[in-house]
Design a protein around this ligand. Structure first.
Ligand code: SAM
Length: 276
């Protein structure tokens, strides 16, 4: 391996061309070549900052063929700057393949951080940030979409998804069916002229999107489970189930844990009822 060869993973703006770091601009200027998901988008950024580094395409269609060739060029000393069409490369784009291939080949990979639609949308949503789950692009078919949402129903985290503007209204309406009591947000065209962030319950969001034809880029967010979603406790049944398990030899603590897990009633409620 010759000196200096490395992959530079460069975060670029998700809209506003001012959102690029000084370090990324230096890396783009000094790279042997820039590989970009959409060369037309990247050309605008390069023109704005007067950067003339050679630009090549690296997208979903070309990644399989180009990855080994790029690994070889980096091994031979090339400094390859990777950019996606928006934000941080490697998130829901072919960049992750090149990163993985370079690491497998023992080549240095530098990640230069910057904008990402996920984090920008999460913070703008006002939803809890303590724990969050990023699910990438949602499935297109309604059945699969419902199953995906239901499989995430117990996750104590804000859920974040990318969605096409065309499907957003229908998707939010299904989210409102599955999670009627939760808070949600729709973030569109972040950092751009027509930036819009809608916030409310899932049902309110579905109503305000109904019949709207959206344009641009969209992130959908759904808040974590709320107490109203937990099944109401049948006090007598809960107490009887705990007593039965205790009589079978479980400690009271383990009995409460088991009843909570099996019934879906929150553990604190089972405790309160069992003691009452
Ligand atoms: N790698 C990027 C990142 O770090 O955010 C995301 C690339 S992903 C292929 C493209 C998706 O990101 C879009 O379909 C949209 O869901 C979201 N996105 C990108 N830019 C956005 C923006 N300005 N506002 C809202 N969502 C955006």
């Amino acid at each position: 391996m010759s000196d200096g060869g490395r992959l530079l993973v460069c975060a670029t703006p998700i809209g506003n061309l001012g959102d690029v770091t000084a370090r990324v601009l230096d890396a783009l200027r000094e790279a042997t070549v820039i590989v970009a998901e959409d060369t037309r988008v990247t050309r605008k950024l390069l023109a704005r900052y007067d950067i003339h580094t050679p630009l090549e395409r690296y997208d979903e269609a070309t990644a399989a063929a180009r990855t080994p060739e790029l690994v070889e060029r980096i091994s031979a000393g090339a400094r390859v700057a990777l950019v996606s069409d928006a934000g941080t490369p490697g998130i829901s784009d072919p960049g992750e393949r090149l990163v993985d291939a370079c690491l497998l080949a023992g080549l240095p990979v530098d990640v230069l951080p910057g904008a990402s639609a996920i984090v920008t949308a999460l913070v703008a949503s006002g939803l809890p940030t303590r724990a969050f789950y990023f699910g990438g692009f949602l499935p297109r078919k309604a059945g699969e979409l419902r199953r995906t949402l239901e499989s995430l129903s117990k996750l104590e985290a804000t859920l974040i998804f990318y969605e096409s503007p065309r499907r957003t209204a229908a998707t939010v309406s299904l989210i409102a069916e599955v999670f009627p009591a939760r808070r949600a947000a729709m973030a569109r065209e972040l950092t751009k002229l027509h930036e819009e962030v809608l916030r409310g319950t899932t049902v309110e969001l579905a109503a305000s999107l109904d019949g709207r034809e959206l344009k641009g880029e969209v992130v959908l967010l759904v808040g974590p489970p709320v107490p109203e979603e937990a099944p109401a406790a049948d006090d007598a049944a809960v107490r009887a189930a705990v007593e039965r398990l205790v009589s079978e030899g479980l400690t009271r603590k383990d009995a409460v844990k088991r009843v909570a897990a099996e019934s879906g009633v929150p553990r604190n409620d089972v405790y309160r009822i069992a003691l009452g």
